[in-house]
Every structure is written in C-alpha cells, then in structure tokens.
Design a protein around this ligand. Structure first.
Ligand SMILES: [Zn+2]
Ligand SMILES: [Zn+2]
Length: 242
C-alpha cells in the first residue's frame, strides 16, 4: 500500500467533487477508488491539505491542498490527452499510473508538446500550467492548430479535440484522426483540407480543433508531399489561393 498515492487520490477526488459542486465526506467515500481510511483522512487534515467544517458537514481543499491537487489533476488529464490522441486507446489504463510518477517539468513538456490543450478527452478542464501562461511569447509549440499552416502545406495530425462523441465519430468517418497527413488547400472563405485523398470543407472552429505537428510540415513544392503516406498527392484543387 502506498500512502502518498492514496493521499493523492483523496486530493484528486476533492478537486473533481468541487467541479461537480459536491462537498460532503459521504460523497468523497463514494468517489474514492480506494477504501476510505479515517487515518489517512486525518493526516490530510493534519498536513493542512484538507479542511472540514463540522457544522455544515462539508470538506474542502486548503490552498496548500489545492496546489497539490491541481498538479495531480493536470498530470492526469494531460496524460489522458496524450494517451487517447497520440498513443491510442489501448494505453488508456496507464493514465492513472502516470500522474503519480511524473514531475512537473515533464508535465509542462507534454503540455507544450500537445499545444497546451484546455480539456481532457472527457471534456473536463485541464488546469493551466506555467507553460500555458508563457506559451504565446516564448515556447514554440510542437503541435499547432491546423489553420496555422500555410495554404499548400501538409502536416501530420497529432490529435483532434472534439466536443462530443458524435463529432469524434464524424471526424473519424472522414479519416481525420491522429497520424494521418492532411494538406491545407484553402483558408477563405471556408477551410478546405485534403485528407486521405478526399477534399473536405470545415468550419473554422472545427479546423482549429485539429492539431498538427508543427515539425515535419511539408511544402507543396519539391514533390515531397508523398512522404508519410500522403496518398492524396497529385490532387488538384479547383482554385488555389494564397
Ligand atoms: Zn478525463
Ligand atoms: Zn501548457
């Protein structure tokens, strides 16, 4: 049994409970993935991580506990993002391990790599890290929104941020999924991309939720677009515009 891990679990659930506007000990017992242990709970209070109010029978994170929980939640949700979008679903069980072992610098590195995603695949908010606040000025993100490509450039999809399962299905049906090469054909008046040989029009918001690797962007000229299995090479767009 790992005490630190158990405590992390309490903190994590208290953070999630706050998102759902619940704050009772009873609720915590229900949410925990480990057996509720009165001693562990008392230690969190003694460590000044958790505060209880006997009168209202409520519990909440202290500032100290909140800081700790924020880091755990951030690591967990970024791990989910990384796993579901980049590695694939079969690694999903690993997300719970990851949050306990990873250090904050590495978490920021992953966040930057993923282009500072704002939500986990379940649609829950990922707490901002220092990297997110700094990003637009200093850090060069490895993953950028698709519309940031120039017309004619191709890049590989890193992940697709979807609002709903329905949207995810639609994107998947269009072959818009991680690892696939897409080419930006047109930006105005609508965004048109080429994906797996098909020409697809997307509204701006949807296109922005498609994140591509900023490295390995392939220019149209030089005939290199065939790299990375880009099957649509040679497709001629009706009216090219720059
Ligand atoms: Zn999640
Ligand atoms: Zn970030």
């Amino acid at each position: 049994m790992n005490k630190k891990r158990d405590k992390d679990e309490y903190l994590e659930q208290l953070w999630s409970m706050r998102e759902k506007n619940v704050n009772s000990v009873e609720e915590l017992k229900k949410e925990l993935h480990v057996e509720f242990n009165a001693q562990t709970f008392q230690e969190l209070i003694d460590d000044n991580m958790v505060e209880t109010d006997d009168k209202s029978q409520t519990i909440k994170l202290t500032d100290k506990g909140e800081k700790e929980a924020r880091q755990i939640i951030r690591a967990h949700r970024l791990a989910e993002r990384l796993i579901s979008d980049v590695l694939g679903e079969e690694y999903e069980a690993g997300a719970g391990e990851f949050e306990h072992t990873i250090n904050p610098e590495l978490v920021d590195g992953i966040c930057t790599l993923l282009g500072h995603p704002r939500e986990c695949p379940h649609g829950r908010p990922i707490p901002e890290g220092e990297c997110c606040k700094r990003c637009d000025k200093t850090a060069q993100a490895s993953v950028v929104p698709l519309p940031e490509l120039e017309v004619g450039q191709s890049a590989k999809i890193a992940y697709v941020q979807c609002k709903s399962d329905q949207q995810m299905h639609r994107m998947d049906g269009l072959q818009i999924r991680p690892g696939v090469m897409v080419k930006l054909h047109q930006k105005y008046p609508t965004i048109v991309i080429e994906c797996e040989g098909a020409s697809i029009a997307l509204d701006n918001e949807v296109a922005s939720n498609i994140r591509v690797w900023a490295k390995d962007v392939i220019e149209e000229a030089g005939g290199q677009a065939g790299k990375g299995g880009f099957r649509g090479f040679g497709f001629r767009h009706r009216r090219g515009r720059r």
